[in-house]
Design a protein around this ligand. Structure first.
Ligand code: SGN
Ligand code: CA
Length: 521
């Protein structure tokens, strides 16, 4: 593998050569103003609250300077949501521009029908080079890509296996670095430089079990991570679903696999083998040197009750944010490469995550619920000369819009069947009068499945949210202006009766509009 410095040196030489041969043109760079390159950097479970450009309680303590660079030089979507907050389904929605009930991938474990129409296929037909590296998690092999190398299932943090069109095998190193190396390699050596490209760089991190890379094992050791106000939520203002979930830091989070305080008896178990057990001697030595003293202090302290929850929160957040620091470093590597090669001028760069995540809000980790922390997902984009630096968009955007946005950027026509809407006008600073005023959401993995979150669907406007847990026959309603943390459902308050009726009508309209079968569950 060649080093990044070598990349940049070679890329610089190529740029000089190309400029000398074709004055005024950068055809070697593929993209043009009308057919720009598209770089989609997509992580797994990166909470909006952990992107410092969004300005949360974590922004100061755990900044993401490179992701923020995209936002500061481009646009930040303030209200970016998903349709179904779980991994595979989000990915299928991005590819197809269709809600889960139409693309057929409703829950993790389903298999994506790779014969259906996707935006990479359409871009490829239109002359784009398409490539994908990293997490895929859709069961079947990728279709519509000139080049791809993906992690099997969830993938591994250390020495991960990759599946490629020609076989499968492990790669030494840390997954976030390797995924980026593969993307840089393809940019530098793999692609047809005469064509514009669409490149998807999809990180495993910062997914559970939150294993930081070798460079970040002691980051945040001396820092106290601010807690959310509702870390000790008792769920009294909500229904059965919030009470019966299995995703609390206090109860669900495991000391060994999740928090790296392994018990001797866990050695060689499947979860040990897929995490700590995968490290080579050097990686393990660095890991132990970092964690052994912290773990000894934990044992020494003998915590219980709320103190133990607080400790778990600190350990969880630190590891999670360490994983994100590595993503951010690698976003920086990609941005630097684009700049050094001049590709930045004709490349639209996006950063997003499949969905957001609970970082102790409501006492939780994970996602799945229509509540704000997991309904949202970070979305920032940069396109020099088109997006005004420092722009912010308040309109309701959804991952459903990605496919059409990419097609629109490339000047490729958008199939009528797709259900989103191009975000490009918003990126340009336009404010279409007829922009959507509500979004539809449906989560299908139900009770009995991992984290035990009941099935539900619902609608959110800029101010209100109506949710129906249909297997429980329970409704919830939130006024996000008065109760942004969703601590109290006001479904039974007479003062909201007419608002609730309005949202019920809107929910029915959306279900008809998106062609949701009556018995979809
Ligand atoms: C695994 C995780 C869960 C997580 C799901 C889905 N458990 O089952 O915590 O919700 O993946 O995540 S773990 O013990 O394997 O870490 S998703 O991002 O793929 O949807
Ligand atoms: Ca995810």
């Amino acid at each position: 593998m060649i080093s990044r410095r070598d990349f940049l040196k070679r890329a610089g030489a190529a740029a000089t050569l190309a400029a000398a041969c074709t004055p005024g043109r950068t055809s070697w760079a593929g993209g043009t103003a009308s057919r720009p390159n598209i770089l989609w950097i997509y992580s797994d479970d990166h909470a909006e609250n952990a992107v410092s450009a969004y300005g949360s309680r974590l922004a100061e303590v755990a900044p993401t300077p490179n992701i923020d660079r995209i936002a500061h030089e481009g646009v930040l979507f303030r209200n970016s949501f998903v349709t179904n907050s779980i991994c595979g389904p989000c990915r299928a929605v991005v590819l197809t521009g269709l809600h889960s009930h139409l693309n057929g991938f409703r829950q993790n474990g389903d298999r994506f029908d790779g014969d259906q129409q996707t935006f990479p296929k359409l871009l490829r037909e239109a002359g784009y080079q398409t490539a994908l590296f990293g997490k895929w998690h859709l069961g079947t092999e990728p279709t519509g890509f000139d080049a791809w190398e993906v992690l099997p299932g969830q993938g591994h943090y250390y020495n991960p296996e990759f599946i490629t069109p020609s076989g499968r095998g492990p790669v030494e190193g840390y997954v976030t670095d390797i995924t980026t190396d593969k993307a840089l390699n393809w940019l530098e050596q793999g692609r047809d430089a005469e064509k514009p490209f669409m490149l998807m760089v999809q990180h495993k991190a910062p997914h559970r079990e939150w294993e930081p890379g070798p460079d970040h094992l002691t980051l945040f050791d001396d820092v106290k991570i601010p807690e959310p106000d509702n870390l000790f939520d008792d769920y009294s203002g909500r229904g059965t679903a919030a009470r019966e979930q299995d995703m609390t830091i206090g109860e669900t989070m495991r000391l060994g696999p999740d928090l790296k305080v392994w018990d001797e008896s866990e050695k060689e178990t499947p979860v040990w083998n897929r995490t700590y057990g995968r490290m080579n001697d050097e990686q393990r030595a660095a890991w132990d040197a970092a964690y052994d003293p912290k773990n000894a202090a934990f044992h020494e302290a003998g915590l219980d009750g709320d103190d133990l929850v607080r400790w778990k929160y600190q350990r969880y957040l630190k590891d999670y944010l360490r994983c994100i620091r590595s993503i951010d470093d690698n976003v920086g590597r990609l941005l630097d490469y684009l700049e050094a090669t001049g590709l930045d001028k004709n490349t639209v760069v996006f950063y997003s995550s499949d969905q957001s995540f609970y970082l102790g809000e409501h006492g939780w980790f994970d996602k799945r619920f229509i509540y704000e922390e997991s309904l949202r997902t970070p979305l920032v984009a940069r396109w020099p000369g088109v997006i005004a630096p420092g722009s912010q968009v308040e309109e309701l955007a959804q991952n459903l819009d990605c496919a059409q946005t990419f097609l629109d950027i490339a000047g490729v026509s958008q199939p009528d069947t797709m259900q989103g809407r191009s975000l490009l006008p918003l990126m340009r600073g336009e404010r279409p009068d007829d922009w959507r005023e509500s979004i539809y959401y449906h989560y299908y993995e139900g009770e009995g499945r991992v984290h035990n979150v009941y099935k539900h669907y619902g609608v959110r406007t800029d101010r209100y949210k109506l949710v129906y847990f249909y297997t429980l026959d329970e409704w919830e309603f939130y006024d996000l202006k008065k109760d942004p943390n969703e601590m109290q459902s006001v479904y039974d308050e007479p003062a909201y009766a007419s608002q609730i009726e309005t949202l019920k009508t809107e929910l029915a309209r959306l279900r008809a509009h998106y062609r949701v079968p009556e018995d979809d569950a």
